[in-house]
Design a protein around this ligand. Structure first.
Ligand code: AMP
Length: 598
């Protein structure tokens, strides 16, 4: 029931007093975006004035924007490598931040094949919690009655390591779920999960998923929303149900938990809630045993009002599959965040995926925007165009996000390209356009052109003894099956037809490519099962020439034509697939351990 509060918001009538406060906070912060940004920058520069980094650039205690912008360079992760290394190796002096670095967050973006290490400080957890606390008050404006049920969310922790200097290194969500902010969160009727902490925090991904799915099935009538962080994660859960429903329904029927679940705290929790329920078991079995899984989410969890998953950016490729399994339920993209910083939220979470805009919250960090020319090859470093402040971006233009955080990143290029769609009060709203330099992505992996090139080079060495070389290649992220996988099209030139590479050799080429890809890719293959075996499709000689003819017939310049290293345009895929002479899959998992290679 909406309350008529004195804090009633422009966004709409809040669902309860607490929501009113959250909505009021959004209104206040977005109405005074520029002064909030001023305050944030002053706070960051004041508290960190004595750090080695700010001292190096002779800021001399200045906290105004002009001095800051004139003295500090715009940087990428590579520029910070020396400082990151020192912190990782145990240097506890105030290098980047006056507050001690509490841990490293391991980004899905990589540098030299390993996850980037983003330093963070304790109080960033409060900022993350603050952003999370705004999501349901906004959602409650659009979907009433969520306090009468629960959310089935598939949430996971991943492995963590320690740096040589003893700091923890783990993904931001693992850090959040393991924090007291999450574990001992106060009861909130609008935000009750079917998954217990015991299941979310279980480090074994099979046991965690199994328990979360079982809890979701046991409480199926109460489930009002189904979600995961990214679309790929929710589809992985559906695949898990496809593979495991016979055992899950047996557990429900008998009330006896699958013996594969061995985690003691998980067993203890499940033993308490699992009671024989033949009727529920029959019902779930009835749906799952059908050949057609169209609309399965809505059939099993009949009260689901929406799916809460990110389907913007690279995840947009999963929209048709999600629509298929959900029977067209609305897709809600609620927030935009990263290991470096949580950025903002979608104030219209029930809009269509193509309409999603994120409002960057000016209290989270100091934001600058590097004008981006969509068709240019990027600006040389020393002639970057002038950066624009948060409130000064222009509707319709594209920018690269540059952040200055409380944890000690100064004028740091995140690598995301955003387009301004409008303003909420004085805070701009952005469409996520893409992340720079990502060629292939299935889950959180991001493979760029150089990594793919290196992988092809390494794999093609295996062809030398057959006098064969790879004359051209391109790639494609095939997400038609779950999990999706990389497909690499190869055109080969063999000089010795009596000794051409066998299926076994080409399979080894697939594995060699996987071994060369970055650690996030290999983790997806090995630990998360979120990426399927890489496939090489050998195409007939002359195929890439046909590809060029096709591009030229559609207006490409013959002088400037370059083979696209990734394709996703249907006619091109059809052309390539119609020329395939053989296809080969990686026969084994590549090597991966949580430890970093360097
Ligand atoms: P990570 O560093 O692994 O935490 O990944 C953060 C990156 O994921 C961001 O910089 C974006 O490129 C991407 N990302 C996060 N949230 C969204 C979103 N809502 N829509 C599209 N991409 C996102």
């Amino acid at each position: 029931m909406a309350v008529d509060s004195p804090l009633s918001s422009q966004l709409g009538p809040p669902a309860c007093e607490r929501d009113a406060k959250a909505l009021h906070f959004i209104e206040e912060t977005t109405s005074h975006a520029d002064s909030v940004q001023d305050r944030v920058l002053t706070e960051i520069l004041t508290r960190n004035s004595q750090t080695e980094y700010l001292t190096r650039f002779k800021l001399n205690g200045a906290t105004d924007r002009e001095t800051f912008k004139s003295k500090l360079p715009i940087i990428t992760y590579e520029d910070l490598q020396p400082e990151i290394h020192r912190i990782a190796n145990g240097d506890r002096s105030a290098i980047l931040s006056a507050h001690p670095i509490s841990e490293f967050l391991t980004s899905s973006g990589t540098s030299a094949g390993e996850r980037k290490l983003m330093p963070t400080i304790k109080e960033e957890l409060d900022r993350r919690r603050l952003l999370y606390s705004l999501l349901m008050p906004v959602m409650n404006l659009y979907v009433p009655g969520l306090e009468r049920g629960k959310g089935l969310y598939f949430l996971f922790v991943k492995s963590e390591t320690r740096t040589p200097g003893g700091l923890l290194a783990r993904p931001v969500l693992t850090s959040y779920y393991k924090s007291d902010h999450f574990k001992t969160r106060p009861y909130d009727p609008y935000n009750v999960y079917t998954s217990p902490n015991e299941a979310i925090l279980c480090p074994d991904s099979f046991q965690s998923m199994y328990a979360q799915m079982l809890c979701g099935l046991l409480q199926r009538q109460q489930v009002l929303r189904v979600g995961a962080v990214f679309a790929s994660g929710l589809l992985r859960a559906i695949r898990f149900l496809q593979l495991n429903w016979p055992q899950l329904t047996q557990d429900i029927e008998t009330g006896a938990l699958n013996p594969k679940l061995t985690d003691p705290s998980l067993r203890e929790y499940m033993d308490k809630i699992l009671k024989p329920n033949p009727e529920l078991s029959k019902c779930v079995r009835h749906e799952c045993s059908k050949d057609n899984w169209e609309g399965i989410i809505a059939r099993i969890w009949q009260n689901t009002k929406y799916l809460d998953v990110i389907v913007t950016g690279a995840m947009a490729q999963y929209i048709p599959t999600l629509d298929y399994y959900s029977g067209g339920l609305p897709l809600a993209c609620t927030m935009y965040a990263s290991s470096e910083c949580y950025f903002g939220l979608n104030l219209k979470p029930m809009c269509k995926p193509s309409q999603v805009s994120y409002t960057i919250m000016p209290n989270m960090a100091y934001f600058e925007f590097l004008p981006h020319e969509p068709d240019s090859f990027g600006f040389p470093r020393d002639s970057l165009p002038k950066l624009v402040d948060l409130v000064d971006v222009e509707v319709g233009k594209e920018y690269e996000l540059v952040i200055t955080t409380y944890a000690g990143l100064y004028r740091y290029r995140v690598g995301d390209i955003l387009r301004v769609t409008g303003f909420h009060n004085s805070a701009p709203q952005f469409h996520f356009v893409r992340r720079k330099n990502v060629l292939l992505s299935i889950d959180s992996d991001k493979t760029d052109e150089a990594e793919l090139q290196k992988a092809v080079e390494n794999a093609s060495r295996l062809l030398r003894e057959f006098n064969t070389s790879v004359v051209e290649y391109t790639s494609y992220a095939d997400t038609r099956t779950i999990p999706g996988h990389y497909v690499i099209y190869w055109e080969l030139l063999g000089k010795d037809s009596a000794n051409s590479p066998t299926d076994e050799v080409l399979k080894q080429c697939c594995l060699a490519m996987e071994e060369s890809l970055n650690s996030v890719y290999r983790q997806g293959r090995v630990a998360d099962n979120s990426i399927g075996p890489l496939e090489i499709r050998v195409v007939k000689n002359g195929t890439f020439e046909e590809l060029m003819d096709y591009a030229i017939s559609r207006g490409a310049s013959i002088n400037q034509y370059k083979v696209p290293r990734c394709v996703n345009f249907t006619p091109i895929m059809e052309l390539l697939d119609s020329r395939v002479v053989s296809s080969h899959f990686s026969p084994a998992s590549p090597h991966w351990t949580p430890e970093r290679r360097r």
